[in-house]
Ligand binder design. Sequence first.
Ligand code: KG4
Ligand code: ZN
Length: 353
Amino acid sequence: MYNTLMFILGIETTCDETAAAVVERTDDAPGRILSNVVLSQISEHAEFGGVVPEIAARAHVEALDAIIGTAMREAKLSFADLDGIAAAAGPGLIGGVIVGLTTAKAIALVHDKPLIAVNHLEAHALTARLTDGTAFPYCLFLASGGHTQILGVRGVGDYLRLGGTVDDAIGEAFDKTAKLLGLGYPGGPLVEKEAARGDPERFALPRPMTGRHDANFSLSGLKTALRLEAQKIAPLSDDDVADLCASFQQAVGDVVLDRVRTGLRMFVDQIGKPTALVCAGGVAANQAIRKVLHRAAFEIGISLVAPPPALCTDNGAMIAWAGAERLALGLTDPLSVAPRARWPLTDVTRANA
Ligand code: KG4
Ligand code: ZN
């Protein structure tokens, strides 16, 4: 029904990155990224210590047309050459989602191309197939600023939730730690940098939820424990900050190792042996986290597939790729498809929208 060779434009505007990319998909190989343009709004949100939704939506409106133009130029394609237009239709900050999805609808309508409304989490989940051609079923550890989940990925539109956070996302915990210690935003990379020269044993922080039979996470107690330790020794020296970051990162690493081990056990019980452990989301850019994931995978004789950091954080290529995977199955969406602030991955099926 569809060409084996397809070119898809992907648009991502769910948070604070305005991004567009073009990827190529064939039936028998990993994908090829022809262009991947990401404009981060970090500087516009930094003074507020987090993403301000209204500022984000306006910035997407201002930047998106030019970003799409650049992505098309770099891919050396015209809209007429495309096989489909994909946009993240949620979950995310609704103002931004509307900007990206409406733009995609306009391009699809004018150029008479199929529209694919992509779930942002499904795009993170399928990135390993773009970069490494990973076969189903695999176990996914998805950790970003808004989400922390362990999932069984059985196929496109076929996800089993094995565990998730009951309060803060891991990236959020990194961001709040950075804010508390006056490091800036976004916190993950800054905490990781400080942790590299700190003493991870100095502060005895809790490892919440470890040892439990489910694969859930809870990060808020860890965050509170860190705040109390910081208050005890205030004012903080540079070394104190580094030691707090190192102790925090070590605690998160221990929690991730324990929870992912449990998630993998659940996967084996409920689905069978996974082909790989895959990580996705901004937190997967963290080298200490990657190390424990390697260990958890190695222990059960599978490998860790970790896409390059630039493809772990939000980008247009992952949206384009998820669009390509869906289009290859004949899954497209009507122009009436609605943007969604909330859209759990387990609600995504093969029967779309
Ligand atoms: O996937 P992403 O780009 O956006 C969301 O969908 O949330 O993830 C961003 C999150 C932020 O919370 C950021 O602090 C975190 O990922 N992050 C990191 C690192 N790089 C980004 N967390 C820990 N270590 C890092 N190196
Ligand atoms: Zn994301």
